[in-house]
Write a new protein. Structure first.
Length: 257
């Protein structure tokens, strides 16, 4: 019985929607609700984008340490039993392994707890709010339909004198249900938008601190290697590379035959 009742109401609402599009039934407009709901939709779009970008930030930090580790491991393949990697190279590999592990454990966990999860919890409210908006729309259709019936009975009185009072009673009930839900949404939607700043501020602060910790850890770990790699000017480094290229060009396989 409940299923059939719900099916009938949905069918009537669909009919009301079609009549409104055809201009046969008036459509109640509430500019205040429309403005507040538009603000909420903009906030929802921005927050969904922020969630995506925040996850991309974490993925980028993971990818950087992973790429460094891949480079260190690949460089290791250039050495064998005859040509061994010096201590500086081995220390670099160890440092990058530590950075990669720190990123996957400490930084990853902190980033999720203080940034990704709070953002996801905020975004989780939007489906519930949108469902409430859908319920409001259904109640509005019921109200518009009931109002239309009252107007028709006024314009074309029925032979049954009780039909108009019943239709007016149904319209009053439909109006109360619609206005009750509409008032709740008009009051609550601005609050959701207003709360975005105090809610997001701690996550933004955590984002900055996490990036600082990541950069600081990277610097401190790599700074330990300064003794293994002698400091030299950029010009001196280029000269060393040119010397090696000269040796390569002198080889017979490079065209000197």
């Amino acid at each position: 019985m409940s299923f059939l009742h719900g099916f009938k109401k949905n069918l009537n609402r669909a009919g009301t929607t079609l009549k409104q599009r055809a201009g046969a039934v008036d459509h109640t407009e509430d500019s205040e609700f429309n403005d507040e709901y538009e603000r909420l939709k903009i906030l929802e779009k921005k927050l969904n984008k922020l969630c995506k970008e925040a996850k991309g930030c974490l993925d980028a930090m993971r990818a950087m340490t992973k790429s460094q580790l891949n480079i260190a491991n690949t460089i290791g393949l250039f050495y064998d039993d005859w040509v061994t990697m010096n201590q500086g190279g081995r220390d670099y590999t160890k440092v990058i392994e530590n950075l990669d592990e720190t990123t996957k454990t400490e930084i990853d966990k902190a980033f999720r707890l203080t940034i990704l999860e709070p953002l996801a919890r905020f975004c989780a409210y939007f489906p519930e709010i949108n469902e409430a908006v859908k319920r409001r729309h259904k109640k509005l259709l019921d109200y518009d339909s009931a109002q239309s019936k009252v107007r028709k009975l006024i314009d074309r009185p029925s032979e049954d004198p009780s039909r108009l009072p019943r239709a007016e009673q149904e319209a009053d009930l439909a109006r109360e249900m619609y206005e009750g839900l509409n008032t709740i949404l008009i009051n609550d939607l601005p609050r959701v938008v207003e709360l975005r700043v105090p809610y997001l501020d701690p996550s933004f602060e955590a984002l900055v601190k996490t990036q600082l910790q990541f950069s600081k850890s990277t610097y401190e770990e790599l700074y330990q290697l300064r003794q293994a790699f002698p400091s030299e000017s950029e010009l001196a480094a280029d000269r060393r590379a040119d010397d090696v290229l000269k040796e390569m060009r002198s080889l017979t396989i490079c065209g000197n035959y």
